[in-house]
Design a protein around this ligand. Structure first.
Ligand code: DMJ
Length: 641
């Protein structure tokens, strides 16, 4: 740079003025930096801070539909998927740059859009670690409950209407029912003991080969059967077993894994299991682990729409879509099954981020145009558009609907958006999917762009219970109708349980079939809970003894066909009396199937529905009574003042 001499100013004078200006400018910029830096120390509520440090995530909501595409079965991932490359661990850094990407760039119009938008999206993906760090710090703070911002277990217990375990741990007065309940408890102990003996710390037991199974759903996390069993063991009073499980969580549950996990599975089994264990027992350990794990799931939401991708690397935070999901889409039943757990994570950590994330999903789904009022199963996390028009109450869609009504119930009936969305979805389901077979069975068909597939999956059988628990809050003129519909669906699902008295994975209502599997590949039963889940809810709602009888049929069938020398196993064909076992004791057998059976034979005051909702893995989460919790907070304050 060249300085020209100004008239009347000597060279040395000009140099002096310039250096004075330089010092002044330096001082000024220092001052601005200081003021800006000070913003970070202001509380979040200060307006100035929100103006200058607003979030940068973009959330466009555009509506449209893509091409029809074939989906693989929910949650089954082809083995040939590549691993994401070039990821570095972000551990130890104060702020982490996170990537979200589709694993295999698809070759459709949507894919081009994604790659273009993806580039822009990368800029906005910085997660404020300071915010999430404070979440776990707050959750682990020993003086929890000391002020109205932090969670107080004592206050929570006072806001429950009833004791969680009832008067006498739900023991039924009728001796026959009690005997049946004891049988279920024995089955749990048998399943647990064998898991402990042969597969301790692994995810599931392989009961025939007597070893453990790890699988690839939980991103290197271990002990899925331990976490899924905690609350079941506790409510059954299997305290020695519960204590072993708790000790394992304390000493061996390592959350610093670096593998690829299903966001959905980790959330419903691990986060859900830990949350329930905390609420039932008050053990801080479970709360801290739940919040710590919850934090690790947050990077999956860093997409242009805030709709999370299905797979996340728990170590690096990189996330991507399932290779089998068309055009890099996210799955309705996956991103729609986070609400209950995430609201509780906010409750326990006092960090609003979890609720913000799931409310954002809700907002987008509420706004987006729905074909015939229905929610298709695939949505692009980049554009916020439906990717194809396949609608199902079974796999890929199921628990999204479940979480709408349960969000409403869990909010102490204050979450009106969830309520509206649930009942209008149910109306659309009734208008488009609910069918009557020639033999008079009511069923939920699947919908592919307006064409019905007259098939119902075992997974869809949860809907009997769901429609049942939502019946009472529907329009007054519809209440009895909903209860009847719930009973009819449950009846249809019971009909599908034959002749082993266990049900196939999918059954059909066309070509002369009446709730029967017509393909060999649909005949397997993997210890799934959905039909029994509906029996349990329908029993609580109606006290019709047939539900207990149907539950008992299932117990006998499980004993006869699935019990092997070292645990319980799924079977390959429910239509053959000489069964072939699949050598897998699924963790949901311990968390759901046996828990729902135990509750079916217990009094209603064991985990009363006035106080608890069950997440989709049957982990009980308490209804949040905001007004009571706030009142209690005031009381505590007054006392301490
Ligand atoms: C469980 O993990 C959950 O119930 C989930 O919602 C669906 N699949 C299994 C049980 O079948």
């Amino acid at each position: 740079m060249v300085f020209r001499k100004l008239p009347g100013v000597s060279a040395s004078g000009m140099g002096l003025r310039l250096s004075q200006k330089f010092v002044f400018l330096l001082f000024l910029s220092g001052l601005v930096t200081l003021c800006f830096g000070a913003l970070f120390f202001l509380p979040d509520s200060v307006r100035l801070k929100r103006i200058f440090l607003s979030k940068t995530e973009t959330q466009p909501v555009t509506v449209g539909s893509g091409s029809e595409n074939d989906a693989r079965e929910h949650l089954k991932r082809p083995k040939d998927q590549e691993h994401p490359r070039g990821m570095t661990s972000a551990k130890g850094e104060t702020s982490t740059k996170l990537k979200s990407l589709s694993r295999k760039p698809p070759v459709s119009h949507e894919a081009t859009e994604e790659r273009l938008a993806g580039g822009k999206a990368q800029e906005d993906l910085t997660l404020s670690r300071s915010k999430t760090e404070s979440a776990s710090e707050r959750a682990t703070s020993p003086d929890h409950g000391a002020n109205s911002d932090t969670f107080s277990y004592k206050k929570f217990k006072r806001c429950l209407l009833k004791h969680p375990l009832g008067r006498d741990n739900g023991k039924p007065s009728d001796p026959k029912t009690n005997e049946r309940r004891e049988k279920v408890k024995e089955m749990m102990k048998f399943a647990w003991d064998n898991y402990k003996r042969y597969a301790w710390g692994k995810n599931e037991l392989r009961p025939l080969t007597r070893n453990g199974h790890i699988g690839n759903m939980f991103g290197g996390l271990r002990g899925a059967s331990v976490i899924d069993s905690l609350d079941t063991l506790y409510i059954m009073g299997l305290m020695e077993e519960y204590n072993d499980a708790k000790e394992w969580v304390q000493t061996s549950l390592d959350l610093n894994s670096n593998g690829e996990a299903s966001l959905f599975e980790v959330n419903i089994r691990y986060v859900g299991g830990l949350l329930s264990a905390y609420y039932l027992t008050g053990e801080e350990l479970f709360k801290n682990k739940a919040v710590e794990l919850g934090e690790k799931l947050l990077p999956a939401f860093n997409t242009p729409t805030g709709i999370p991708r299905g797979v996340i690397n728990l170590g690096s935070g990189t996330s991507w879509s399932w290779g089998w999901a068309s055009a890099g889409s996210s799955i309705l039943a996956e991103f729609g099954t986070l609400h209950l757990e995430f609201v509780h994570l906010t409750e326990l950590s006092s960090n609003p981020i979890y609720t913000e994330k799931v409310m954002n999903i809700r907002k987008l789904l509420n706004k987006i145009e729905k074909p015939h009022g229905l929610y298709p199963n695939f949505l692009s996390p980049v554009s916020g558009n439906w990717v194809q028009h396949h609608v199902s109450i079974g796999g890929l869609g199921d628990s999204f609907y479940e979480y709408l009504i349960k969000s409403y119930l869990m909010s102490d009936k204050t979450d009106d958006d969830a309520k509206k969305m649930y009942y209008s979805a149910l109306e659309a389901i009734e208008a488009n999917l609910v069918q009557k077979s020639p033999g008079g069975l009511t069923y939920m068909a699947e919908w592919r762009g307006g064409i019905l597939d007259h098939k119902m999956g075992h997974l869809a059988c949860f809907s009997g219970g769901m429609i049942g628990i939502g019946a009472d809050d529907g329009a007054p003129e519809k209440r009895q109708h909903y209860l009847d519909l719930a009973a009819e669906i449950t009846h249809t699902c019971h009909e599908s349980y034959a002749p082993t008295k266990l049900g196939p994975e999918a059954f059909r209502f066309d070509g002369g079939a009446e709730a029967t599997a017509t393909r060999l590949s649909d005949r397997y039963y993997i210890l799934r809970p959905e039909v029994i889940e509906s029996y349990m809810y329908m029993w609580r709602l109606t006290h019709d003894p047939k539900y207990r009888e149907w539950g008992w049929e299932a117990v006998e069938a499980l004993e006869e066909h699935c019990r092997v020398e070292s645990g319980f196993s799924g079977i390959r064909d429910v239509y053959t009396m000489t069964v072939s076992h699949d050598n897998m004791q699924q963790s949901f057998f311990l968390s759901e199937t046996l828990k729902y059976l135990y509750l079916l034979f217990s009094d209603d005051d064991l985990l009363p529905l006035e106080d608890w909702v069950f997440n989709t893995e049957a982990h009980p989460l308490p209804i949040i009574r905001k007004s009571c919790l706030q009142d209690e907070a005031t009381q505590d304050k007054t006392v301490s003042e």
